[in-house]
Design a protein around this ligand. Structure first.
Ligand code: TK8
Length: 355
């Protein structure tokens, strides 16, 4: 019996010792993990704040001058902020078309995009002034108006739509393509189903030319031409070439009927959360990258007629007289939009063009 009690007490003692050791062990490891958590918090406080991500979405592809401009912007902002910003680029309408991306900017779910001015009309009718047909006689006049007080006034007015307008870049002069016949006069356009951007001035212009305009997002255009849902479209020669429209379009006419500026823009929500120094960095990078983009765009444009002819397209240049027929056919378009755009704004732009 005594022996039995001794064994039992030894077992009990061992059990107590074991549980004490276990308890110590666990409390020790708890202290350790508490300590390392504290260390971690201290470390994060000392490290620079987390990287700010700027996502930029566009409709065009990675070969476009616009994408080259975005690469320049990325470099300027990432280097200029010592890596505090990371700029991520999304091409090919991956994040939606121009209208959808502008909507994302307004909600604060996307930081930046760079649409043509035409789809901006859905938010701000004043921008339609730049959509008037045959408005800018050359790029220098366009630069003067866009980079001057009138252009700035319109950029600033985007704040009413929760968008910070930073700078004008260049999409460029738009030319007409189709798969049906060579177009040398408005009469040749009669009945052609032409995809346009979603913009009332563009629709009115193409109706005035006798065509049947169909607005459609850029991302759906290639397939629409391939499946012959539309006969043609209009875009700068660089886009026609780089998006391989020559695979589904035979004829291109150098009408230069609109000049499309791009607006490089940011979500107002994101902009408002930046320090004045970071705002300055982004503002100046947007302008500098835009100057670079315009330069690349103009250099590339010079080779495009040849590229498109080599790719098998019939490239039609218009004589001054032939082109005048297109100007005459659309001369009443501006007056149809006097109320929506504002007569003063139209005259303000026209007077600078005529100077
Ligand atoms: C690209 C568009 C495009 C425009 C169009 O996002 O839709 O035809 O010319 O380049 O902005």
């Amino acid at each position: 019996m005594k022996k039995y009690l001794r064994v039992l007490s030894t077992v009990l003692i061992l059990a107590v010792v074991a549980s004490v050791v276990a308890a110590c062990g666990s409390s020790q490891s708890q202290t350790q993990s508490q300590q390392s958590a504290e260390q971690q918090t201290q470390q994060t406080a000392q490290e620079p704040a987390e990287k700010k991500i700027i996502k930029v979405g566009i409709g065009l592809n990675e070969q476009s001058p616009q994408y080259q401009g975005l690469l320049k912007f990325k470099e300027l902002v990432e280097d200029g902020s010592d890596g505090r910003f990371e700029v991520q680029l999304y091409a090919n309408s991956q994040l939606g078309d121009d209208t959808k991306m502008m909507q994302s900017l307004r909600m604060g779910t996307l930081e930046m995009t760079c649409p043509s001015t035409a789809p901006i009309a859905g938010l701000n009718k004043q921008f339609m002034v730049f959509d008037l047909p045959f408005l800018f006689p050359n790029e220098q006049v366009a630069d003067k108006v866009l980079d001057g007080p009138t252009g700035q006034k319109l950029l600033d007015s985007l704040s009413e739509s929760d968008i910070k307008g930073l700078a004008y870049w260049e999409n460029g002069y738009r030319d007409l393509t189709n798969s049906v016949r060579e177009v040398k006069s408005p009469a040749d356009m009669n009945g052609l189903k032409i995809r346009t951007m979603e913009n009332p001035v563009h629709l009115a212009t193409f109706r005035a030319l006798g065509a049947n305009p169909t607005p459609m997002p850029f991302g759906e255009l290639f397939t629409a031409m391939q499946q012959k849902t539309v006969d043609g479209q209009e875009n700068p020669l660089t886009t026609i070439y780089l998006q391989k429209y020559y695979e589904v379009q035979k004829y291109v006419t150098l009408t230069h009927h609109f000049y499309s500026p791009f607006v490089f823009m940011m979500s107002q929500k994101f902009w408002d959360g930046l320090s004045p120094e970071d705002q300055e960095l982004i503002q100046s990078a947007a302008i500098e990258a835009g100057a670079y983009e315009r330069q690349v765009n103009r250099e590339q444009m010079a080779q495009m007629e040849k590229n498109l002819a080599d790719a098998g397209m019939v490239v039609t240049k218009l004589t001054d007289e032939q082109r005048q027929a297109f100007v005459d056919a659309t001369k009443d378009v501006a007056s149809q939009f006097e109320d929506e755009i504002g007569k003063d704004l139209i005259n303000e732009v026209l007077s600078q063009v005529q100077q």
